[in-house]
Design a protein. Structure first.
Lengths: 102, 102
DNA sequence: CAGAATCCCTTGCGATACTG
DNA sequence: CAGTATCGCAAGGGATTCTG
């Protein structure tokens, strides 16, 4: 379980996986804009590299100018969807039946 | 979703909730021993206070000497079980079909 | 557009020592 | 037993600046 936790660690990691799961292959900038809140390009880039190294995300760069880099979920990355959906489910339930502050 | 993520944050948080879900009310020391790896008493205590403040965990202290403090899941804490089980499920699948390094 | 390079700051956590 | 008090460190991430 620790290994799963570790791969999900990082402020934006779950959001990134969630966005890719729901939007399919997405470009860097767009992915960044899909995040709820401000993410620095640095954090985004770093995290995506880690996710790629972890085998959860696939990176495909078109060698054009300007560059067009698209990220997508690997099979292993899609495994996470089960967890993300559970989170989303809980989140919606909490939001619905009362507005849990903070 | 962010609120759920935030409540699950912390190195030991998911493990704590998971342990409480599977073992029922558990005393401080025992809970600490159930963690996979070394946890300082400080971290454990801090995190439990946060979990209590977040309304996920209930703390019941028997005013004896030596003290006997028991932690358990609140209803809201049990909501997390859905997520934890998903994590556990993925963890087992990964562990079974190959030994994902790291 | 998609980063890489710096700089800096906050947070989380462990180790250790102490207490009612 | 179940904490609290201190100290110190490393990781994560934001802001900013620069580039092919």
């Amino acid at each position: 379980m620790d290994v799963v936790l570790q791969r999900l660690s990082g402020r934006w990691t779950p959001h990134i996986l969630w966005a890719l799961a729901n939007n399919g292959p997405t470009r860097f900038g767009e992915l960044r804009r899909l995040m709820p809140g401000r993410v620095s390009a640095k954090s985004m880039s770093e995290r995506l590299q880690i996710l790629e190294a972890d085998g959860l995300v696939d990176r495909r760069a078109e060698p054009t100018t300007p560059p067009e880099v698209t990220y997508s979920l690997t099979e292993r990355g899609q495994d996470m969807d089960e967890i993300l959906r559970a989170m989303h489910s809980v989140a919606e339930r909490w939001e619905a039946s009362q507005g849990p502050e903070t």
